[in-house]
Design a protein around this ligand. Structure first.
Ligand code: BG6
Length: 489
């Protein structure tokens, strides 16, 4: 990986430049890189969209969105510099001939190009073809693809095939923005820079793992998209499985992209299939009904704007996932994610095994096991629950559960939490694929997720209702209680 400061001059070509992701994440992320001095002086940003616009309209649009989405305020000098990098090109993505116009707008020469597809995936193939016909794909160019890559294994293959027709795998950067989050990256450091954890990270020491990704938002006006996807395709197939594979993988030989991705892939392939025979024991799906959040009444899923009142799409999923390999056999990974839960709250809990023998039973009958909590967001941090003696003269030893708490906001109070898209954009510019998902990973994740989705489809069960503002359907409590365990709230 090149030193960030020496990043080369590139042309970032944003397809879907006027869309929501571009406004809220991509343009602000590029601005932040400029502010940090990480964009080469000659780097240009080419906005591409269907609408007819003058460059000035794109500049105004960018300025307005930076003002809205860069929370710490704008630096005028950097803003001027950033806006001067912008170019705009109107394009009908499906018209292969029209890409000649884009070719004229691009600089030509040796500048590396980064094509960022922030459009519906169904047109990734059209864009790739248009770029190819216009002679705009060189070996040094890269393409960034947003999820969802398909809605099942087969459709993901179709999209990947269309893009792979003209881009090699080492030019393709599939985004899972969770891989750019500070706390998700920190999983590598926690696991492989601390012998305390490295040496205890297996079935001999860990009882089970919980991964919770809860959101208080509903579907935010995205009914059409979300109802086709559901929480399984929108969150589990990608974000939760990526977290799980980083947590469970074997130590990679180094930090190179393929060393890490080879190990993650092995985890995904070792997931025990869930199908119609075990679906009822291993999964719970739910759909929110009307309820209260932060003291306000909110509508149920079927009352959201544009809703099809008979939809059986899930907005909540709980799964008992099992990894069938030497390290993890017998250690369940309980996954739980949903919309309209009480708060935005994502964390991993590693529950260690109990001590084999309790010498403190006179004062503490049930000695609790250690627990490592990794708070992904918000209030990022790491917390280890340990037992400690309460100071005092009493002859009987009084002991108590306490926490070693590393809060990132307190420990690194002067450091800004970098947005996932800033890091990912920089990694693309620097040509490092470590934080991007390889095609075989996407396919292994779909293979496992498809089994669950098909088994749900084949059963007559509908998603279980849960009130907005609650932690999901009651049966998600039974899923873990059957194993004599409970969710950590
Ligand atoms: C996206 C999903 O990938 O991730 C959204 O499509 C979800 O439905 C979002 O809300 C959550 O991301 P974050 O970074 O806010 O946790």
């Amino acid at each position: 990986m090149k030193d960030a400061q020496s990043s080369s001059a590139v042309e970032v070509v944003l397809f879907g430049a006027l869309g929501d992701l571009s406004r809220r994440k991509l343009l602000p992320a590029l601005y932040q890189l400029d502010l940090a001095g990480l964009l080469h002086d000659d780097t240009r940003i080419v906005g591409v969209a269907r609408q007819e616009h003058e460059v000035q309209a794109f500049i105004d649009f960018t300025k307005e969105n930076l003002t809205n989405f860069v929370s710490e305020g704008l630096n005028q000098e950097v803003l001027e510099r950033f806006l001067s990098r912008l170019v705009y090109q109107q394009l009908d993505f499906k018209q292969t001939d029209a890409y000649k116009g884009l070719a004229e707008t691009l600089s030509g020469g040796n500048k590396e190009r980064i094509y960022y597809f922030s459009t519906p995936p169904a047109i990734y193939g059209d864009i790739t073809e248009g770029l190819y016909v216009a002679g705009l794909i060189e070996a040094q160019d890269r393409v960034v693809m947003e999820k969802p890559i398909g809605h099942c294994l087969e459709s993901s293959k179709v999209i990947n095939d269309m893009v792979s027709k003209h881009f090699e795998e080492n030019q393709i950067y599939r985004i899972d923005h969770y891989l750019g989050k500070e706390t998700v990256l920190n999983l590598l450091v926690l696991r492989f820079a601390n012998s305390l954890f490295t040496n205890n990270w297996d079935r001999n020491h860990i009882d089970h793992v919980q991964i919770t990704v809860a959101e208080s938002v509903g579907i935010e006006g995205r009914w059409g998209f979300y109802d086709e996807a559901g929480q399984m395709r929108d969150m589990v197939q990608n974000h939760l499985l990526q977290i799980l594979s980083l947590l469970a993988m074997e130590p990679p030989a180094d930090l190179s992209a393929d060393s890490i991705r080879d190990e993650k892939l092995k985890v995904l392939k070792a997931l025990l299939p869930i199908n119609r025979h075990n679906i009822k024991d291993k999964t719970v799906r739910g759909q929110y009904t009307e309820g209260f959040l932060a003291g306000k009444s909110v509508p149920g899923y079927l009352e959201e704007e544009g809703a099809n009142k008979t939809s059986a799409t899930e907005s909540f999923v709980a799964i008992k996932a099992e990894i069938d390999n030497w390290r993890w056999t017998g250690v369940p990974f309980y996954l739980r994610t949903g919309k309209r839960m009480p708060a935005k709250h994502s964390e991993i809990v590693i529950q260690f095994k109990e001590q084999p023998h309790n010498i403190f039973k006179d004062s503490y009958v049930d000695l609790p096991a250690n627990k490592l909590t990794i708070r992904l967001q918000p209030d990022e941090g790491v917390e280890l629950q340990v037992m400690n003696k309460i100071p005092g003269i009493a002859s009987q030893m009084n002991i108590h559960e306490n926490k070693l708490d590393l809060s990132f906001s307190e420990t690194y109070e002067n450091e800004r939490v970098v947005d996932a898209y800033e890091r990912l954009m920089l990694e693309v510019i620097n040509g490092n694929q470590s934080l991007f998902v390889r095609r075989d990973e996407v396919e292994a994740a779909w293979t496992w997720a498809d089994g669950i989705i098909e088994a749900w489809g084949a059963s007559n069960d509908k998603p279980k209702p849960y009130a907005a503002g609650s932690w999901g359907p009651v049966s998600s409590i039974s899923l873990i209680a059957r194993d004599d365990r409970q969710w950590v709230e």
